[in-house]
Design a protein. Structure first.
Length: 140
């Protein structure tokens, strides 16, 4: 059975670009081994991530994320059983924030500022769908 999980969290400290690249690199390695796919967005100290895969793999990964000292205020935004993956092309795609159009954010949010804590999980998933369609996901 496949599931999709969307969460948001705040970084417990400032992350350098190298820190973020290390997170993405390790995620890609582990996710490939565990059959997990998804996307990661990091902006202004906030993580937003979509994970897809088996219920066991996704739940195990999320438990690790919640326990990771780099995260605080880890909030489950959406969790659902799915028939197919939306983000199967990425073991862990990364949102290119330079391609994040404020009008696209405003379509799903109260303001043009990306604040997942003021959005629904459905809205976040739809925003990620649009980011994929707009070519705003980096693979390497």
């Amino acid at each position: 059975m496949l599931v999709r999980l969307v969460y948001a969290s705040r970084a417990s400290r400032d992350l350098s670009p190298q820190d973020l690249q290390d997170i993405v690199r390790r995620s890609r390695q582990h996710n490939t081994q565990e059959g997990i796919t998804g996307l990661l967005c990091y902006t202004e100290g906030i993580f937003i991530q979509v994970l897809e895969g088996s219920r066991e793999s996704v739940n195990t990964r999320y438990k690790r994320i919640v326990a990771d000292e780099r995260h605080v205020q880890c909030t489950l935004m959406a969790y659902e059983e799915i028939a197919e993956r939306r983000f199967s092309g990425w073991s862990m795609g990364q949102v290119n924030l330079h391609r994040l159009n404020p009008a696209m954010v405003l379509k799903y949010s109260e303001t043009q500022k990306l604040d997942p804590f003021r959005m629904t999980g459905t809205a976040l998933t739809q925003l990620f769908d649009e980011l994929v369609a707009a070519g705003a996901i980096e693979c390497s």
